[in-house]
Design a protein around this ligand. Structure first.
Ligand SMILES: Cc1cc2nc3c(=O)[nH]c(=O)nc-3n(C[C@H](O)[C@H](O)[C@H](O)COP(=O)(O)O)c2cc1C
Length: 304
């Protein structure tokens, strides 16, 4: 169940996922205006000062309209900006912060004190137990097929396993190719879902034209999983990277690698739903139509 601050201004139960080198203020503002939670990694702003400017700009553009903004923090120990970025997000009293790549233990206190909700991303039941023991406000379940840093559990099984022990907010990350998949995530127990790859191929994303065109041309079979670039399993567009490069030699996750990542083209299984580069507003409208059509079809076909 979502708190009213997250739920009340949504047109769809959707988060435009945080994506390195892809999500910036234009994408976030357009998503929030369309009624979708707009997320971006804090490290996409080159410095904490720039992060501060981005948050000011986003708040001014949205005023009191639109869905909430949800900055993402990489909480891994190799992130040298973490304390400064946390202080900046706390100053701006953002409604929701999503942590990734590590334990949110160090950031929970200061963010909570500032009134921010904190969701942690998790990829295993061990991560789930740890995050719940810390008292996070919600979980993002990274599942097999998610673009970029990925999970490995099947989305349906992972959702049901977590629902057996937690009735708080759950976000499904991975495999949401259209509005029908979004409805399916809700039916399986998610309160919200991430859409990442679909938002790369939008006019407002920071991705280059070649990257967007490659996503339009790609099929599901073009996604490959590697642990090369960051030392963690990631889904990328094959052809752009050698999936074996760096495999087995990894020295572990490094923040500087992800923060500077423009060389790899990350994408998830949901690439199967990318057939054009759209404006964010158009993508949201289309997803809404698909979601409504799926809900109607489900009612019609619910005969067993
Ligand atoms: C290009 C790209 C960059 C990403 N960067 C981040 C990131 O900086 N922080 C993060 O928490 N997740 C990151 N992710 C993961 C997404 O937030 C999300 O889990 C994923 O896109 C969901 O799968 P989908 O792309 O199939 O919708 C990234 C994903 C992609 C495709």
């Amino acid at each position: 169940m979502l708190t009213p601050v997250l739920r009340d201004r949504l047109r769809l139960p959707l988060i435009a996922a945080p994506m390195t080198a892809v999500s910036g203020p234009e994408l976030v503002i357009a998503a929030c205006r369309g009624g979708v939670i707009g997320s971006f990694p804090a490290h996409n702003a080159r410095t904490t000062e720039e992060l501060d400017a981005w948050l000011t700009r986003i708040a001014a553009a949205l005023d009191t309209d639109g869905a909430p903004v949800a900055p993402n923090l990489v909480v891994h120990r190799s992130n040298p900006r973490l304390a400064d970025d946390v202080a900046c997000l706390a100053r701006h009293r953002v409604p929701l912060v999503i942590t990734s790549v590590g334990s949110p233990a160090a950031v929970l206190g200061p963010l909570r004190d500032a009134g921010c909700l904190v969701f942690a991303d998790v990829a295993s039941m061990r991560h789930v137990d740890r995050a719940l023991a810390l008292g996070v406000d919600g979980l993002v379940l990274l599942t097999a097929g998610a673009g970029g840093q990925t999970g490995w559990h099947n989305p349906l099984a992972f959702l049901r396993a977590v629902r057996r022990r937690y009735d708080g907010p759950l976000v499904l990350a991975g495999g949401i190719a259209d509005g029908a998949a979004l409805l399916a995530a809700q039916v399986a127990g998610a309160d919200l879902a991430y859409m990442g790859t679909k938002f790369i191929a939008t006019e407002e994303s920071m991705a280059g034209a070649e990257y967007r065109a490659a996503l339009v041309a790609a099929t599901l079979d073009d996604i490959t999983q590697t642990s090369g670039p960051t030392g963690l399993p990631a889904n990328l567009l094959a052809g752009k990277v050698d999936p074996d490069a760096g495999a087995g030699q990894s020295t572990g996750f490094r923040f500087d690698v992800i923060a500077g990542a423009t060389e790899v083209w990350a994408a998830g299984h949901s690439v199967c739903g990318v057939d054009a580069v759209l404006g964010v507003a158009e993508l949201i409208e289309r997803t809404h139509r698909e979601y409504s059509a799926a809900a109607e079809a489900m009612t019609r076909n619910h005969i067993y």
